[in-house]
Design a protein around this ligand. Structure first.
Ligand code: G3P
Length: 214
């Protein structure tokens, strides 16, 4: 399973990079807005920190305008993945970009039907939002399972990128149901390291050794 960090804050990305287990980065317009900087500046800096797929989202909502933005974003770095919303225009733009060999991440996916459309348009990644489904009384993990099943039936190569991940249990469950990638805030990724038995065990090892050390 690949692990991407979901943030627009470069200081968090620098911290995440030190962990040595981060495969890529996703951003969205809300996350970029939190940084208080321009999209281009933030994405350029992220590309200098992490050598992996970096998702940068278009702001336009019409196909031709999306394609123009995608062309500008793609100039920033070879690792750029163009993030497009799951709308008729977004899927049509995805089809054009896929044919050009541009990597894409279709975002704001909340159903298996939407995921099928993204795969048919040749998307590199589909981003189902599990936390937002859970927040609204639906079952986010069931959607990841459904998409995995339908993609496997038809052999679609689009990677399932579980997004809107809120905690470490989401990450474990995504692993169990076969998500290709999870993208999560750094805080959730750091929770993956934690287990009280690891912490207590290490304390005991060190204290036993200190007592016996000559
Ligand atoms: O980047 C897309 C997604 O991960 C956003 O998550 O927490 O705003 O629902 P969230």
């Amino acid at each position: 399973m690949q692990i991407f960090v979901d943030t627009g804050l470069v200081e968090e990305i620098r911290e995440a990079a030190k962990l040595g287990i981060i495969d890529g980065v996703t951003t969205n317009p809300s996350l970029i807005a939190k940084s208080g900087r321009s999209l281009k500046d933030v994405i350029e800096e992220i590309c200098s920190i992490i050598d992996g797929p970096i998702s940068a989202e278009v702001i336009a909502i019409e196909k031709e305008a999306m394609l123009l933005e995608a062309a500008e974003l793609s100039k920033i770095h070879d690792n750029i993945v163009i993030k497009l919303p799951l709308t008729e225009d977004g899927i049509a733009a995805c089809k054009v970009l896929s044919a050009q060999g541009v990597k894409t991440n279709v975002t704001l996916c909340f159903s298996s039907n939407q995921a099928i459309l993204a795969a048919k348009a040749g998307a590199t990644y589909i981003s189902p939002f599990i936390g937002r489904l859970d927040d609204n009384g639906h079952d986010g993990m069931a959607l990841i399972e459904e998409i995995r099943a339908v993609y496997d039936i038809y052999g679609y190569q689009t990677q399932v990128l579980a997004a809107s991940v809120r905690h470490a249990t989401h990450i474990r469950d995504c692993g169990l149901v076969g998500a290709d990638v999870i993208t999560a805030p750094l805080k959730a990724i750091k929770l993956m390291y934690k287990h009280p038995l690891t912490e207590n065990g290490l304390k005991a090892f060190l204290s036993d050794y200190a007592k016996s050390a000559k």
